[in-house]
Design a protein around this ligand. Structure first.
Ligand code: ADP
Ligand code: MG
Length: 657
């Protein structure tokens, strides 16, 4: 059903919702809250230590003052019971018109007893009972209130929702009706509502996913692919191109790839290894074998910067061969692109490296023999197929830097063979990781100064952009602090609100050492290589999950320089101890699974390949494992044949034949 059907929704709202990947009414009701606020009214005293809600009456006209550009303060006095307090709220100048004398409003924030001031971070006009409020991911122009209203309207319409869970399983686990689950996830009355709804929706999401994985594994026999006549002697010339010897794990992965590529069955392999473990050189071996058998290779990277980086390093690596290598990105002119298209068709190019541009309709190959996808989670399954189908069943190799334990990997990747690279290349210095309390920040600054003196560069990460209400150190505040501390260096800022092009520009300046200190939120590109940076400093580190911290740390220590990871936190936090203790991604992920993600407000940077709407493979691993078993049973018993929707899913995924 179209979004316009909802009352009050026009073109403008539709395009805003599209920004959130919401294209129809079903998308809207399946846009689940990512967390809830539990509203319990407290007394003023309840809000001294922790954020809370109070109800008060406005007793003076609100005044608004501009503090600096884009930063204003609105204040008024209010009465609460017998008390009178000052109220401040930042960046809401427009409320001046709305707030009226004697209005009763609900404020969310914190009370400063000394100043008798309530610092409100949010304000509500409707009187509230104790409630559970859903919080949604938003985009500019879409507020929480609008989101709630739209979803509420959508839920009251006679929309058709599909329950993907088979009847037998709904019965077995006493799962609630899908429609009821949607109502409860968006408008819960009790915590129990949330729990019931989540169980239903997470189970459904995982079940659908595991059905696909298991169907491919059980029903689709391995398709025939290209059988190459390779000989070990010629193939091993590849290793002479490398300026180092490969680690045992790398060699094992290469052997597995060699066997795959010379056998008649199609290669479908995932190389799983920590950041910096040397996956790319393993992938390059596959490229080399594919080149020897006179086939073309397509190498897909998730971003332009990464594509360029791969292009540079592979061009250098294959300098001694006659391999023709080209780059194809969305930014090239029509003419440049057409040139590449022609040459791909004529087999004038052996290896093309690119971004999404690679899967455009115009790209055709003479004989595509191998498709490599780096950080595969960025691409949807369907997009991947597009490219894979261009040749005659090319071999497929995925690279992923999400170091998940083997049992989980086997579950999630189902029919894919997996090569795991655990050992790091020799000569790498362990990154020294230290938790630093804010009062000891000088210690961290000294290390930074020393590294800057050595012409090295520094990453600084903060969880938020600019939020005056927050106690968290925001990137803009940090810039002020660091500018003072390191006046002789250029400091850049990068965050999620910048356009991709703006980000690319700043990343490039950092890459070329025009910027020495880069402050950012967690947007720093996954996998980007800035070999000259030796420090990763993370503010409010306790706010991040282990996987995120580890991924961030992986930005440094990518060569033989001694690198540091400084975790700034005033909290004694178990996860931070794990970080001090180990540099091993697999160990850390295992710990992460054990400890769950309590308090990881900002999500994981790249639990990547497994982007689910509501399920979280760390938190809900038990449900996932159960879905694996249940979906296998559902397939082998042929029960799935009774369901049209599963026939539809099968059609979507059956690309191998
Ligand atoms: P990944 O893709 O797994 O993050 P890369 O393949 O980009 O890692 O490798 C990181 C760096 O380590 C590269 O500069 C690469 O040349 C180097 N490298 C890879 N394997 C080895 C090895 N066995 N010994 C020394 N250096 C290596
Ligand atoms: Mg990589």
């Amino acid at each position: 059903m179209e979004l316009e059907i909802i009352k009050g929704v026009g073109k403008k709202t539709v395009s805003l919702l599209n920004n959130l990947n919401i294209y129809n009414v079903n998308d809207l009701v399946e846009d689940y809250p990512f967390r809830y606020d539990i509203i319990r009214f407290g007394t003023l005293n309840d809000t001294i230590k922790e954020y809370g809600y109070i109800e008060c009456e406005i007793v003076t006209y609100p005044k608004s003052v501009m503090i600096r550009r884009n930063f204003s303060k609105l204040s008024f006095d209010a009465s609460i019971g017998d008390d009178f307090i000052h109220v401040n709220i930042f960046n809401r100048p427009f409320l001046k018109q709305t707030l009226k004398l004697n209005d009763t409003v609900v404020l969310y924030g914190k009370y400063d007893k000394l100043k008798n001031t309530f610092l409100a971070s949010n304000i509500f006009f409707d009187k509230k009972n104790n409630t559970i409020e859903p919080i949604y991911h938003l985009t500019e122009g879409v507020t929480e209130n609008l989101m709630r209203k739209l979803i509420s309207s959508a839920l009251s319409m006679p929309i058709e929702v599909i329950d993907y869970i088979p009847d037998s399983i709904n019965k077995k686990y006493k799962l609630i009706d899908k429609k009821e689950a949607l109502n409860k996830i968006h408008k819960p009355q009790t915590i129990n509502d949330v729990k019931q709804a989540k169980l239903k929706l997470i189970y459904e999401e995982f079940f659908k996913f595991m059905f696909k994985v298991n169907y491919l594994k059980i029903k689709e026999k391995k398709a025939n692919g290209i059988q190459r006549k390779l000989d070990e002697k010629t193939s091993s010339k590849y290793f002479d191109l490398l300026p180092f010897t490969m680690t045992e794990d790398q060699l094992k992965a290469c052997k597995e790839i060699y066997d795959d590529m010379s056998s008649e069955t199609r290669m479908n392999r995932l190389v799983l290894g920590d950041v910096g473990s040397g996956k790319t050189v393993v992938a390059a071996y596959a490229i080399y074998l594919n080149y020897l058998s006179k086939h073309q290779t397509a190498f897909m990277a998730p971003t332009e910067i990464l594509a360029i980086q791969h292009y540079k390093s592979l061009t250098k690596l294959f300098k001694g061969t006659k391999m023709n290598i080209e780059l194809l990105t969305g930014h090239m002119t029509k003419k440049e692109k057409n040139n590449i298209y022609d040459r791909l068709k004529n087999h004038d190019i052996d290896l093309v490296i690119g971004t999404h541009a690679l899967i455009s309709e115009e790209v055709t190959f003479d004989n595509l023999g191998l498709v490599i996808t780096d950080e595969q989670h960025r691409f949807g399954v369907l997009q991947r197929n597009n490219l894979e189908n261009k040749g005659t069943r090319p071999d497929v190799l995925y690279l992923s830097a999400t170091p998940i334990p083997r049992t989980y990997a086997l579950t999630i990747y189902g029919d894919t063979d997996i090569s795991i690279i655990k050992t790091k290349p020799k000569g790498r210095k362990e990154i020294i990781t230290k938790v630093v309390k804010e009062k000891d920040i000088k210690y961290a600054y000294n290390i930074i100064q020393e590294e800057l003196n050595n012409d090295h560069q520094v990453f600084v990460v903060s969880p938020l952009i600019d939020n005056p209400e927050s106690e968290l150190t925001s990137v803009n505040e940090l810039k002020g602090v660091l500018d003072k501390e390191f006046p002789n260096y250029t400091i850049g800022i990068i965050h999620g609100k910048l356009k991709q092009e703006e980000k690319d520009i700043i990343m490039n300046e950092f890459l070329n050492n025009k910027i020495q200190i880069l402050i950012s939120t967690t947007v720093i590109e996954v996998g980007i290589d800035i070999p000259n940076s030796t420090i990763m400093m993370i503010y409010n580190a306790e706010r991040f999950g282990l996987a995120t911290l580890h991924q961030l740390r992986g930005r440094v220590g990518r060569n033989d320089l001694q690198s540091y990871c400084l975790l700034v936190s005033n909290k004694d936090n178990q996860r931070l101890k794990v970080m001090e203790e180990s540099n091993d991604g697999f160990y850390i992920t295992e710990k992460d699974f054990e400890m769950r993600r309590e308090g990881d407000l900002f999500g994981t940077v790249q639990s990547g390949d497994m982007v689910f709407k509501i399920g979280d493979i760390r938190e809900n691993i038990k449900i996932l494992m159960q879905c694996k078993i249940d979906s296998e049973e559902f397939i082998t018993s042929n029960e799935y044949k009774e369901y049209d929707i599963y026939q539809q899913i099968i059609n979507e995924i059956s690309f191998l034949n």
